[in-house]
Design a protein around this ligand. Structure first.
Ligand SMILES: [Zn+2]
Length: 461
């Protein structure tokens, strides 16, 4: 009987041959001309999953591009069920001239596999197929140790527009104890890590109105409210002296960082000067007092003024008291916060601070993006971390990520905890020319999931 690692090494070439065949299908969901390719990609995956033994494989139609669902029930009826989420659609490939190879003719260069979708996300979906087979080969089992429900979406790169509806419609079929997401990155090849959350977002536009029309500043200036002055004063008060956002109740729902999580963040080899260079050559780090740069971008909410305008901005002078002032703002939200609540808090803040004689109008995005979060001491996170540590032979640290996709919908609609298990790297150039994935990391991912399913399946219950 072979062990998990041995099976994976033996099947490496076959795994890559199959993956390349899938990668060659240009499943660009954002381009209507490629709609047949997105369907072909779903059909290819469905056929492959049937071939490797999944007893149930279905292509699920949505209002847009199809998703693939495959279920393999555990031999033990009491074993937990896991939904594994990934996506089979990819980003567009323009500008084509910047690719060194054809984006849909995947090529191996040393340990790298280059092509659109290698890292985001076909490669990461595919390591699950290898890991599942390796785990069963290692134990001689004919069914996995946990029930696997693979859900591979076809619209992630176009905003997952039909995904929440699909989850609601198929809620019964997707019943599970845990959701594993394989669509993120690790810190580096040497420093394996797990993502534990993604920030959410909401946006607002604020308009302040003073006089009904622009006024002559000689005749009226100094005696009526100037909406641009009011706007400047309000926005200057958006943060206090410690860099904290002044919206009433803004931090009330924020899940605080634990001492353990902060200590693990601090272990990451973070070079702030190098990071500042990637931050548009910013000259200094700046933000909420009492938090490190990584804590600020991962675990703390923010308010940003994105744009500000009003009055005369053309050539030459124009001596007016302007009628209107405008600003666009956005709020990055973290674990525990709800976009709709923050929108209400912003309205309350505006009402509180609008001076008399000025009228305020607030427009918000109405919903925004919810943050998602899994505590590092959640049982699934602990188990996945232990499996990754076994596969990599080193300590696994934690990160979080900036942008959020359909993860919050998965957690909320399926009512199960999220576990991020992924092996992409920040340097994989996802969404950009020359996307690549590190083949040894895909194999480590396969090994980790084989170990994880075994561990979850044998846990006492
Ligand atoms: Zn992705």
């Amino acid at each position: 009987m072979t062990d998990v690692r041995g099976y994976i090494a033996e099947h490496r070439d076959e795994f890559l041959t199959d993956l390349k065949e899938w990668l060659a299908i240009p499943s660009i969901s954002g381009d209507p001309a490629h709609a047949p390719d997105v369907r072909a990609s779903a059909d290819w995956l469905a056929a492959h999953l049937r071939r490797i033994g999944f007893p149930v494989v279905e292509v699920w139609d949505t209002g847009g591009h199809p998703a693939v669902f495959a279920e393999w029930t555990a031999a033990d009826p009491g074993a937990p069920a896991v939904v594994v989420y990934g996506h089979h659609d990819v980003q567009p490939v323009e500008p084509l001239g910047q690719w060194d190879t054809d984006p849909f003719t995947p090529v191996e260069r040393g340990d790298r596999l280059i092509g659109r979708g290698t890292s985001d996300d076909k490669g990461q979906v595919f390591f699950h197929t290898l890991g599942l087979r390796a785990g069963m080969a290692a134990t001689g089992a004919t069914a996995p140790p946990v029930t696997i429900k693979l859900l591979v979406e076809g619209e992630e790169e176009s905003g997952s527009v039909h995904f929440a509806d699909l989850l609601r419609a198929r809620r019964d079929r997707l019943d599970c104890d845990m959701i594993v997401i394989s669509d993120t990155t690790m810190w580096s090849a040497d420093v394996p890590s797990m993502c534990t959350g993604m920030r959410g977002l909401t946006e607002a536009e604020l308009t302040l109105r003073g006089p009904a029309s622009d006024l002559h500043s000689g005749s009226f200036g100094g005696a009526v409210p100037n909406p641009l002055h009011a706007m400047a004063a309000m926005l200057a008060g958006l943060h206090d002296a410690d860099g904290r956002v002044t919206l009433p109740g803004f931090y009330d729902d924020v899940v605080p960082l634990t001492a353990e999580e902060r200590a693990l963040f601090a272990k990451l080899p973070f070079d702030e000067d190098a990071w500042l260079r990637t931050a548009g050559e910013s000259r200094a780090a700046h933000g909420e007092a009492g938090y490190t740069t990584l804590e600020r971008i991962w675990a703390r909410p923010t308010a940003e003024v994105n744009g500000l305008w009003g009055g005369h901005t053309g050539p030459g002078g124009k001596t007016i008291v302007p009628s209107e002032a405008h600003a666009k703002l956005s709020f990055r939200l973290v674990a525990g916060q709800d976009p709709a609540t923050v929108e209400d808090q912003f309205r309350a803040w505006v009402a509180q601070r609008t001076p008399s004689g000025v009228e305020a109008e607030v427009r918000t995005s109405g919903g925004g993006v919810r943050p998602c979060f899994s505590p590092i001491d959640a049982p699934g996170v602990r188990a996945a971390r232990a499996a990754l540590e076994k596969a990599f032979g080193t300590e696994v640290l934690f990160t979080r990520e900036g942008g959020s996709g359909p993860e919050a919908d998965l957690a909320d609609i399926l009512g199960a905890p999220l576990v991020f298990l992924a092996v992409g790297l920040p340097g994989d150039r996802i969404h950009a020319p020359n996307e690549k994935v590190e083949i040894p990391l895909l194999l480590k991912g396969a090994e980790a999931v084989a170990l994880l399913w075994e561990d979850l399946g044998s846990a006492p219950r």
